[in-house]
Design a protein around this ligand. Structure first.
Ligand code: S3P
Length: 169
């Protein structure tokens, strides 16, 4: 049984999944990191040189591959939800939890980051709201979700643990 964290950029997926894996003896796996390792370049450069659709194909093939594995905490990129086959594969591999946050909180967490190609724009807040709007249906479709806006990492982990335990027992 895997734990899969999905959700918009800046909702806390990476920190929560890393710490969760360490705490509960599971293996942390970042889909974005796997793509970067395989391609030998950064996500920014993949978007720039090969385009978003190439990135989405790479993402999709890794999702397929790791969905057959077990005992993982999977840190999925924010756009993984856009592909229904991705979601079917991830759901079949374990418990999927969607992390959410208010757009101002996301802005605050993303303000100094330059490694998200979709947010490398002048007016980040407008862009965040635009993408959030266009993805709302996809994120809202996921049954289990946690709004991390006003929570510490430890508090999010507690809630994720409760969801994971009650679904896997
Ligand atoms: C993306 C989110 C990023 C990364 C890529 C695209 C998205 O991952 O996969 O930049 O489409 O929301 P994080 O959600 O881990 O930042």
């Amino acid at each position: 049984m895997n734990l899969v964290l999905v959700g918009f950029m800046g909702t806390g997926k990476t920190e929560v999944s890393r710490e969760f894996a360490g705490r509960f003896g599971m293996r942390y796996l970042s889909i974005d990191k796997m793509i970067e390792e395989r391609e030998g370049i950064s996500i920014n450069d993949i978007f720039k040189e090969k385009g978003e659709s190439y990135f989405r194909e790479a993402e999709k093939s890794i999702v397929k591959e790791i969905s057959n594995m077990d005992g993982l905490v999977i840190d999925a990129g924010g756009g993984v939800v856009l592909d229904s086959e991705n979601m079917d594969n991830l759901k079949s591999s374990g418990i999927v939890v969607c992390l959410k946050a208010r757009s101002e909180v996301i802005l605050n967490r993303m303000e100094d980051k330059t490694d998200r190609p979709l947010l490398n724009v002048e007016d980040k807040l407008t862009k965040i709201n635009e993408i959030l709007d266009s993805r709302k249906l996809y994120y809202d479709k996921i049954e289990k979700s946690i709004d991390t806006s006003d929570l510490t990492i430890a508090e999010v982990i507690e809630q994720v643990r409760d969801m994971f335990q009650s679904s896997s027992s």
